[in-house]
Design a protein around this ligand. Structure first.
Ligand SMILES: Nc1nc2c(ncn2[C@@H]2O[C@H](COP(=O)(O)OP(=O)(O)OP(=O)(O)O)[C@@H](O)[C@H]2O)c(=O)[nH]1
Ligand SMILES: [Mg+2]
Length: 297
């Protein structure tokens, strides 16, 4: 069984990459996804694209859900016998935690792909945000995608590539838009992986909302614009699957950029996940209450 671990900070493009490599794959592929937050958005995006996925909702697989991670990998192997298992840890999980858990079940051959958001990577590094956690996302990788180059200027992309090369001189790197690599990805058995042991994890607040009925898409955009304005604590990531009067849509806030997309898959119900630091929960709930009938999930 081929195994790919797809790491990267919140919103860097992990699910985008997985959707690309898994949809239409000839090999039997199963994705194990651990979405931080209780609303299971990534699982629905993957299954809507016809990709077999198993969700480990809520929590972070490298720490609290570690034993669940181990039992779920065992279950996937038993039930699906996949040719290719892809694991998307949440953007706050430490890849080394996942690697340790894999070692515990004797899975020692895998490829670690790290997705770097070119619009924010250098800035986060310079601000010393997230310390070792941040470095290990790149240091442990076999393949690194410097993603979102369409949103970053050429200088910033070059600076990002230089920094990535400094943090991990061994990995093969690509510059990508929407995580698209135009050539077959090499596989790796891990000899080049940085042998350092890391024990790092991030802890963020999260809040998930379920909205009643179809909503006006403008109201969700306004809400996301408010979230990105900074008045609700430091929101580092927000995402929503929405039933609007005009059909299903998704809404994403990552590295301060907002995007809205029409979805070509049905949405079970409208939900919004907000992840950040020092979230002002009361203000967020009040801002939701003036717009919609909603409940926390
Ligand atoms: N403009 C642009 N947008 C991108 C690119 N890659 C991904 N995105 C968008 O960025 C947002 C986040 O992408 P995801 O693939 O959901 O990121 P993720 O790392 O899985 O996010 P989490 O699981 O929440 O940590 C989505 O709206 C994507 O469409 C890119 O290269 N350029
Ligand atoms: Mg994702």
């Amino acid at each position: 069984m081929k195994i790919t671990i797809v790491s990267g900070l919140l919103g860097s493009g992990k699910t985008t990459f997985i959707t690309r490599i898994a949809s239409g794959a000839i090999q039997k592929t199963v994705v194990l996804v651990n979405d931080f937050g209780k609303a299971g958005i990534d699982g629905e995006i993957l299954s809507g694209s016809g990709i077999e996925s198993v969700e480990l909702p809520s929590g972070c697989i490298c720490c609290t859900l570690r034993s669940d991670l181990i039992s779920t990998i065992r279950r996937i192997i038993g039930e699906y016998s996949p040719d290719h298992l892809i694991i998307e840890p949440s953007g706050i999980a430490s890849p080394s935690g996942v690697i340790d858990a894999m070692a515990e079940i004797g899975l020692l051959q895998y490829t670690v792909v790290s997705i770097v958001d070119a619009t924010e990577f250098v800035e986060l590094h310079e601000a010393e945000m997230y310390g070792d956690f941040f470095r290990q996302q790149v240091a442990l990788a076999d393949l690194i995608l410097i993603n979102k180059v369409d949103l970053a200027g050429e200088d910033l992309v070059q600076k990002t590539a230089d920094l990535v090369a400094l943090l991990n001189p061994y990995a093969i790197t690509y510059r990508t838009v929407k995580a698209a690599v135009e050539e077959p990805l090499p596989e790796n058995t891990g000899e080049r992986r940085n042998p350092l042991k890391w024990d790092t994890r991030l802890h963020f607040d999260t809040l998930s909302l379920r909205l009643q009925g179809p909503v006006d898409s403008r109201s969700v955009r306004d809400f996301f614009e408010d979230l990105s304005g900074g008045g609700y604590g430091t929101v580092v990531r927000a995402k929503a699957l929405i039933q609007t009067y005009d059909g299903p849509q998704r809404c994403d806030l990552s590295s301060r950029s907002l995007s809205y997309e029409t979805l070509h898959l049905p949405v079970d119900y409208t939900r919004i996940v907000i992840i950040g630091e020092r979230l002002d929960r009361n203000r967020i709930l009040a801002a939701a209450a003036v717009r919609w009938e909603s409940q926390q999930i």
